[in-house]
Write a protein that binds this ligand. Structure first.
Ligand SMILES: [Mn+2]
Length: 255
């Protein structure tokens, strides 16, 4: 399958920074996460950038666009909609938590939904953007879950259920995907899958989230040096990748 290509003309001409975030896992029980997002938008993103990419797991869970109010996500949806109204470009890719974010969300907010993977073609480098859970091929159980939950027929059947029924299913699924019992290396990406993915798309840099292990790693791929940039989660504060004319800057709250 061919990935859609976006030549980011705005970046090339104005050289405004691009911001990439993922794995905020916003939820009503953690108001501090909402505050971190609001502060990031107001003080970091808005003053200097026009382009934000969200690579999945923005929401801890999502039961359909008509269920945002029940989960307490109205303010966050409005926040993204306001950014678009101010002329910002906001892109969203599904994660393994918020795979049910749909057309209504997109049309209400103006946030554009991206397919995974997505090629971000910068002047200097070609980047492949992914959520990253499909790189964790050692976690066979998760790959089964992913295949099921990304199936359009399955999604349709879920969305036809009532909101209370969907809430119940979401709660069961979160218990199922509890990862405490899995060895940590199973939860990480499979190196062979990483190499295959980079080679298949012929990119310079793979950028993904999901594993909550922020870092920058280099690989030798048949003599070519390529890079993998892993985004961090927001558990202890804002975590993001900033791309500007000077390069790629990965910022974690612990640094
Ligand atoms: Mn994830």
């Amino acid at each position: 399958m061919q990935s859609p290509r976006l030549a980011n003309a705005r970046f090339k001409s104005a050289m405004k920074p691009i911001y990439i975030i993922s794995d905020l896992h916003l939820r009503a029980q953690r108001p501090d996460l909402n505050q971190s997002l609001e502060a990031f938008i107001e003080h970091v993103f808005t003053p200097e950038s026009d382009t934000l990419y969200i690579l999945g797991d923005l929401f801890e869970y999502w039961i359909g666009d008509d269920g945002a109010a029940q989960l307490g996500y109205v303010a966050q949806v409005d926040l993204l909609g306001d950014l678009v109204k101010k002329g910002k470009q906001v892109y969203f890719m599904h994660g393994n938590r918020d795979f049910l974010v749909g057309e209504q969300f997109s049309s209400t907010t103006g946030v554009e939904i991206l397919q995974d993977p997505f090629i971000l073609d910068l002047a200097c480098k070609t980047c492949l953007l992914k959520h990253g859970d499909d790189l964790c091929t050692d976690d066979v159980e998760h790959q089964k879950f992913r295949t099921l939950t990304r199936n359009p027929d399955w999604q349709k059947s879920i969305l036809e259920k009532s909101i209370p029924e969907r809430l119940q299913i979401a709660s069961q699924m979160r218990q199922m995907s509890g990862s405490a019992h899995k060895p940590s290396q199973i939860m990480d990406v499979n190196e062979q899958s990483v190499r295959q993915t980079i080679a298949e798309h012929g990119v310079d840099i793979l950028i993904h989230g999901h594993t909550h292990r922020p870092g920058r790693l280099t690989y030798d791929l048949n003599g070519k040096t390529v890079e993998r940039i892993v985004l961090g989660d927001w558990d202890t504060g804002a975590s993001y990748l900033k791309i500007d004319e000077r390069g790629f800057h990965l910022v974690s709250p612990d640094e």
